[in-house]
Write a protein that binds this ligand. Structure first.
Ligand code: TXA
Ligand code: MG
Length: 314
């Protein structure tokens, strides 16, 4: 069965009907492809966890199409609204105190009293949410722990027929997941580095945010496991030189790279290529193991380093 549909307006309408009937639709966002369901439908939310083999203690993000929707299920304040106005739509997820106790939302939030919400910067995603008439709860559309999908084909390879429809909107522009910040306390805490650079948030706020640095003693999102986003082959990171039996994913001016995330050293380009190149490397490396050049830790480099550290975890 081919469940990939070009994301034209007739197919987006069809997909919104699937959502309203409790089905699963994979759709593009600016970060990665999501696996979406109606946030108010308990069975649909449960089937997301099933399709991904995802443990129920790992909560999901709700996707909305309009900031005005925030107060209907979460507490907001002036700072949250100012941040949302500036950064949304875009790759930034807010963790807020939840005000809606609907059982399906309870399941989506893994019973936590906080909810994750974001407004994606992709016209197909926004149209789908609007036509569905409900917020769409969506994790990345891949099996638990594996590499996130940045094309419709990746979704098909990972989830097959477990998803009713895959809307094909081409490759994702940003390529790494959204940045997640907990804004429920005075000091904002970074729970996951992602597509919005921390420096940008700090410069907008005029204050520092608390960064967890992968330190297990500091707070992070519940699903942030040590091994995650993993290619099938082992991966050595910060590889300054390529070893004999290695397939090198380069960054910047690297002569012997087998693939290069960005020959010019552009972190945005590298982020958008990251997951697709990890998959390609898995396919092309034959009996070699994988290595990756060092990536700077500024801007989107923080998100890239977070992903590759987890991908290389043994
Ligand atoms: O860019 C993205 O954020 C993509 C696209 C599809 O929107 N979504 C995504 O979802 O990356 P997922 O499920 O793969 O990752 C969501 C992360 C998990 O680490 C989860 O633990 C965290 O968000 N999260 C969700 N709700 C939370 C909550 N109430 N408190 C803390 N962390 C939460
Ligand atoms: Mg994910």
């Amino acid at each position: 069965m081919n469940n990939i549909y070009p994301a034209n307006s007739a197919n987006i309408t069809l997909a919104s009907e699937v959502i309203r009937k409790g089905g699963l639709v994979s759709f593009p966002t600016e970060t990665v492809y999501g696996l979406g369901a109606d946030v108010y439908n308990t069975q649909a939310v449960a089937s997301i966890f099933e399709a991904k083999n995802r443990p129920h203690f790992d909560p999901l993000i709700s996707h909305i199409a309009d900031i005005d929707f925030l107060p209907t299920y979460a507490q907001t304040d002036d700072r949250v609204l100012a941040l949302a106005k500036h950064f949304c739509p875009g790759p930034l997820t807010f963790i807020l105190n939840r005000t809606d106790n609907n059982p399906a939302i309870d399941l989506a939030c893994s019973g936590l009293n906080k909810i994750a919400v974001r407004l994606p910067d992709n016209p197909i995603a926004l149209d789908l949410i609007r036509q569905s008439g409900v917020p769409i709860v969506a994790p990345s559309a891949n099996k638990f722990k594996s590499v996130s999908p940045t094309t419709a084909q990746h979704v098909r390879e990972s989830l097959g027929d477990k998803v009713n429809m895959i809307l094909d909107g081409g490759p994702c522009r940003v390529g790494v997941e959204s940045t997640i910040i907990d804004v429920t306390q005075k000091q904002i805490v970074l729970l996951r580095a992602g597509g919005t650079a921390v420096e940008e948030i700090e410069s907008f706020l005029g204050e520092k945010i608390l960064i967890s640095d992968g330190d297990p003693n500091k707070p992070s999102a519940p699903g942030q496991l040590l091994k995650h986003y993993a290619p099938k082959k082992s991966l050595r990171i910060n590889a300054v030189h390529k070893k004999e039996n290695e397939f090198l994913i380069g960054f910047g001016d690297v002569k012997d790279a087998d693939l290069n995330l960005s020959p010019s050293g552009d972190l945005k380009e590298a982020a958008s290529n990251l997951f697709a190149y990890m998959r390609l490397a898995d396919e092309q490396a034959n009996d070699k193991t994988l290595a990756m050049s060092p990536i700077p830790t500024t801007g989107l480099g923080l998100a890239i380093n977070d992903r590759i550290k987890r991908a290389s975890y043994k």
